[in-house]
Ligand binder design. Structure first.
Ligand code: NAP
Length: 255
């Protein structure tokens, strides 16, 4: 049976780890040719190995999403072997420090988080825009519970701001690119067990307990919990869905 993404070329930023790696594996299984973009080439190569071992097609490109010129160069190089039709803006970082803390640290957090989580989304999207318009493509941005709320997640002004920005960008692009047949949506993961939060989970069990009290499904998520919504939003099954965010958070925002 043909996969849901047969014939598609998908680029996934931050595809070398965690949620991005899970999405790459699912896209490969559904028949897309996957281009794993990551600042961490070792991780990207690991993902390529996982996709190809399962019978899929994938290649790795080292890319720092904060480097606008490098994003343009990578997009131009990738176009030589075909326009992408799916872009997943997934690369991201998180640090939790109170805004009232050390000024230098707070300022660095702000600069680093906004430049990767928000400017990076713009840089990559803009670099691939012509390809996505030509292929009437689909963009999937990775937001967060923190695209909406902050009170339960203290000490993360920069991250919350970046993820609100991701949702705003998603909606603005959906409105602007609909006429070109490009759909733009987001996914809002809850607590997903990946490297981004491994240290926080180990050091701060109270944080995990707080999240679980807010999670009717009563478990943390795994990268594959995000892969399903990511396949849906990239496939024709969501042909009339744009400007939306699918929360894959175990129900966090309902309680
Ligand atoms: P992860 O396991 O740390 O994966 C993030 C990947 O992005 C890593 O491979 C990382 O490379 C890469 N990356 C970091 N900076 C980059 C840059 N400047 N350019 C290109 N690649 C870069 O984290 P994850 O949990 O899968 O996170 C993926 C996305 O989901 C992020 O946007 C995150 O905010 C979002 N999210 C995660 C959760 C969660 O609970 N895990 C919840 C909500 C939203 P390095 O190995 O070099 O760091």
């Amino acid at each position: 049976m043909a996969g849901l993404l047969q014939g598609h070329i998908a680029a996934v930023t931050g595809g070398g780890s965690g949620i991005g790696q899970g999405i790459c594996q699912a896209y490969g299984r559904e028949g897309a040719r996957v281009i794993v973009l990551d600042a961490n080439l070792e991780g990207a190569n690991e993902t390529v190995g996982l996709v190809t071992a399962a019978g899929g097609k994938a290649s790795a490109v080292k890319l720092d999403v904060t480097d606008r010129q490098a994003c343009r160069a990578a997009a131009a190089e990738i176009a030589r072997s075909g326009n992408i039709s799916i872009l997943v803006n997934n690369a991201g970082i998180n640090r939790r420090n109170p805004i009232t803390g050390d000024a230098a640290a707070v300022t660095k957090d702000w600069d680093d988080i906004l430049s990767i989580n928000l400017d990076g989304v713009f840089n990559v999207t803009h670099a691939f825009l012509d390809q996505l318009r030509a292929s009437r493509g689909r963009i999937v941005n990775i937001g967060s519970i923190q695209s909406f709320v902050h009170v339960s997640w203290p000490n993360s002004a920069a991250y919350t701001t970046s993820k609100h920005g991701v949702l705003g960008f998603t909606r603005a692009l959906a409105a602007e690119l609909g006429k070109d047949g490009v759909r733009v949506n987001a996914i809002g993961p809850g607590l997903i067990e990946t490297r981004i939060n491994a240290e926080a989970r180990a050091r701060n069990p109270d944080m995990v307990a707080m999240v679980m009290r807010h999670t009717p499904l009563n478990r943390a998520g795994k990268p594959e919990d995000i892969a399903g919504p990511a396949v849906f939003l990239a496939s024709d099954m969501s042909a009339y869905v744009t400007g939306s965010i699918i929360m894959a958070d175990g129900g966090f925002r309902t309680v």
